[in-house]
Design a protein around this ligand. Structure first.
Ligand code: G3D
Length: 181
């Protein structure tokens, strides 16, 4: 009887939980994206003002529920010295959101190197990746084809996993769909 009731309880109330890493260089907009997501999906969430967010040092955590699924986001600091900590979280993750600052052409190759290191990690093999070309609200930003060119030599390292690139603005919530790979 207990087993039956506990099974019923689990069926009705237990959620599938997935852990999603938010990675990218510092200043790419990871925390802004996380706050925007929490504000949109959590009805009563009163987040901080998006324009007042400063770069992540350490780790920010956020949770949203979508139907019976719970997504736990881990927004990791992107400074060079913190990138070495990313792989400590790989084994736990079910997906990665990689955020690129589309306004920062100077650091695009640095972002590509960090991306390449991440996708070639064995612990992330097969884990789906969403690449966000962020800050598309800025008129002078790089386009998806520009970013695609800069990242072109990584594409064959993505393997068979699902990978999609999306142009967006974490600040405004703007979204346009531009599949890259
Ligand atoms: P990080 O967590 O990746 O380090 P943050 O990045 O979320 O802290 O964002 C870094 C800066 O970029 C912040 O500006 C933030 O407002 C800005 N930013 C984030 N996303 C967008 C976006 O989509 N569009 C624009 N225009 N700016 C964005 P400050 O001035 O506080 O450094």
């Amino acid at each position: 009887m207990y087993t039956l009731l506990s099974g019923l309880y689990k069926y009705m109330f237990q959620r599938d939980e997935y852990c999603v890493l938010i990675l990218g260089l510092d200043n790419a907009g990871k925390t802004t994206f996380l706050e925007q997501t929490k504000t949109r999906f959590n009805k009563n969430y009163k987040g901080m003002s998006l324009s007042k967010i400063t770069t992540t040092v350490g780790l920010n955590i956020g949770t949203i529920d979508v139907g019976k699924t719970r997504l736990m986001f881990w927004d990791l600091g992107g400074q060079e010295e913190l990138q070495s900590l990313w792989d400590k979280y790989y084994a736990e993750s079910h997906g990665v959101i990689y955020v690129i600052d589309s306004t920062d052409e100077e650091r695009l190759s640095e972002s590509k190197r960090a991306f390449e290191k991440m996708i070639t990690s064995e612990a992330l093999e097969g884990v789906p990746i969403l690449v966000l070309a962020n800050k598309q609200d800025v008129e002078t930003c790089l386009s998806i084809p520009d970013i695609k060119t800069a990242f072109s030599d990584c594409i064959n390292k993505i393997g068979k996993r699902d990978c999609l690139t999306q142009a967006c603005s974490a600040l405004t919530g703007l979204r346009t769909r531009n599949p890259l790979c």
